[in-house]
Design a protein around this ligand. Structure first.
Ligand code: GLU
Length: 275
């Protein structure tokens, strides 16, 4: 008798924790959005035009626009979104640990990252470039990096590329954020920053007359929306949302209002890679 009722209690607990709960780590982002009407989204906080926290605590930029559109398609209003700052090095961990439901943070789709998380997209294609002080004349591309002090961010694809391809010529300083790199180049301690051209364009516009983008890209960076590795339903739903954003004009409008101000040449929407 006692044994049977104890079994019943266990059964009820197992069922209650196994389904319907928004905090279940195995649930798809689709279910979480539908049930809780809330999402936590990892974004950058220091990249003008892309992901920037303003003094009043709000977030602005193209990644924010994309995140907000996708959330809405999943059934979550802007008031249900919590933006959480991510830096390049903690994006996979934040997704794996469930600290965020998705990441929209200039996040390149790579095979190495696909071992840990999955990606919807791409929703934008950038390329690695260099940012230097406005008066710099000699640093005209990656081939001119010899003996230079270069800054990039730990856990980013540009830093990885410099380590694997230019390590002999250059002294690489890895910071936690790109804005920390910007400070060091403006201060004269370092010579250049390397990361995606669209990120660099935002800093060049912010420090107009002091910094310039070299304008010679040397990689292809396809920005994806990162989510849990096994969430196939979530990936499909986010891809559907992006497809809609591309086709209804919202994508172009968001790009113009956020990135357009930097003077960056705006591309066409990319082809989604549904895998
Ligand atoms: N897109 C590159 C990456 O995901 C560089 C930009 C960044 O660090 O966010 O690593």
């Amino acid at each position: 008798m006692f044994g049977r009722s104890l079994f019943a209690v266990f059964a009820v607990v197992a069922v209650a924790s196994g389904c319907g709960g928004g905090s279940d780590s195995h649930a798809s982002i689709v279910d979480k959005a539908k049930n809780d009407k809330k999402l936590v989204i990892g974004v950058k906080a220091d990249q003008p035009g892309l992901g920037l926290r303003t003094p009043d605590g709000a977030f602005t930029g193209f990644d924010i626009e994309v995140a907000t559109y996708v959330a809405k398609q999943l059934g979550v209003e802007p008031s249900g979104i919590t933006f959480k700052e991510t830096v390049s090095a903690n994006r996979e961990a934040f997704i794996e640990q469930g600290q965020v439901d998705m990441v929209v943070a200039t996040y390149s789709i790579t095979d190495a990252r696909k071992q840990k998380v999955s990606f919807a997209g791409p929703y934008f294609v950038a390329g690695q470039d260099l940012l230097v002080r406005a008066e710099e004349a000699a640093l005209t591309g990656p081939e001119a990096l010899n003996g230079k002090k270069l800054c990039s961010v730990a856990g980013s694809t540009p830093a990885q590329k410099v380590k694997s391809e230019y390590a002999k010529e250059v002294q690489l300083q890895e910071e936690r954020t790109y804005s920390a790199c910007v400070d060091r180049v403006l201060g004269g301690q370092l010579d250049a920053i390397t990361t995606d051209n669209v990120i660099l364009a935002g800093y060049a516009a912010q420090h107009s007359g002091k910094l310039k983008v070299v304008g010679k890209t040397f990689s292809t960076e396809k920005y994806g929306i990162g989510l849990k590795k096994d969430d196939t339903a979530g990936r499909k739903a986010i891809n559907d949302a992006l497809e809609k954003m591309f086709s209804d004009g919202s994508w172009t409008k968001a790009l113009q209002t956020s990135v357009g101000a930097s003077g960056f040449t705006l591309p066409q929407a990319p082809q989604l890679e549904r895998y």
